[in-house]
Design a protein. Structure first.
Length: 258
């Protein structure tokens, strides 16, 4: 399903955002996005002041794409057909054409960090609460990636049912590029994952949120997550922590009536 981007100001800035499964040839772009959102500057989801080092690497992302229990979605910004038509009329003789990245926003987070991470990055969902419109796409749209830019991503990993018969999935690598944050894109990614998991029979969506990030906890709470009262150690390399002993709080969101 194609999701509408924020309203363009001119025809040449018109664009659409599609949410769909990640592809093998997008691994490097996803790694760069995660680094910008988690360790960069300019976005409200950065954790660079709390954690140093790389957020993920290409081998981890490839493993996610190959794992049948994982659904890794990307948000892809692509010029709309109107913008393409206008650009064609102004295309230089060498065939090059500029690509507008659309709004701005950025973000991302999840902190589970190196492992699979369940994200503290709620805000990755761009964070501020601006409603996106929601459309809950299931992420399968089918753009071909031509002249497109990945501006968001997140994954879920389904787990076996527990002793009470409840099936959970962990949310992680939740990132929105700083230039695209605060426009509802994070919420769209979250909705797409939740819809997919509901259809797969998952009962609860779980995240691990980095402590000392009250704005992230608040974002997740606004989007249906509740604190479980459980805290776990930081999921990545503790050597990267800039605050000794910093852990992660577990939050859960019911996906249907329990």
């Amino acid at each position: 399903m194609i999701l509408p981007a924020p309203a363009p100001t001119t025809a040449t800035t018109a664009s659409t955002i599609a949410i769909r499964p990640a592809q093998e040839d997008e691994v490097d772009s996803i790694v760069e996005l995660a680094q910008a959102a988690y360790r960069g500057t300019g976005g409200w989801t950065t954790e660079a002041h709390l954690v140093s080092g790389t957020r993920t690497d290409s081998s981890e992302v490839r493993a996610m794409i190959a794992d049948p229990a994982v659904t890794l979605l990307v948000a892809v910004l692509t010029p709309s057909e109107t913008a393409r038509d206008d650009a064609e009329s102004e295309r230089p003789a060498d065939g090059t054409v500029g690509h507008d990245h659309g709004d701005d926003a950025t973000a991302s987070h999840d902190h589970s960090n190196d492992r699979n991470s369940s994200d503290d990055g709620a805000d990755s969902t761009d964070g501020t609460d601006g409603t996106d419109g929601t459309d809950g796409t299931d992420g399968t749209d089918g753009t071909d990636g031509t002249d497109s830019t990945i501006v968001g991503c997140c994954y879920t990993r389904r787990e076996p049912a527990d002793a009470d018969g409840l099936a959970r999935a962990e949310l992680g690598l939740f990132a929105v590029h700083p230039s695209a944050q605060s426009r509802g894109l994070g919420r769209r990614l979250l909705t797409a994952q939740s819809d997919h998991l509901q259809r797969a029979g998952v009962d609860l969506l779980m995240i691990r949120v980095l402590q000392s990030r009250p704005e992230l906890h608040a974002w997740y709470e606004r989007n249906g997550f509740v604190r479980t009262g459980v805290a776990v150690p930081f999921a990545g390399d503790p050597a990267g922590l800039q605050v000794e002993g910093l852990g992660m709080d577990v939050m859960e969101r019911p996906l249907h009536e329990l």
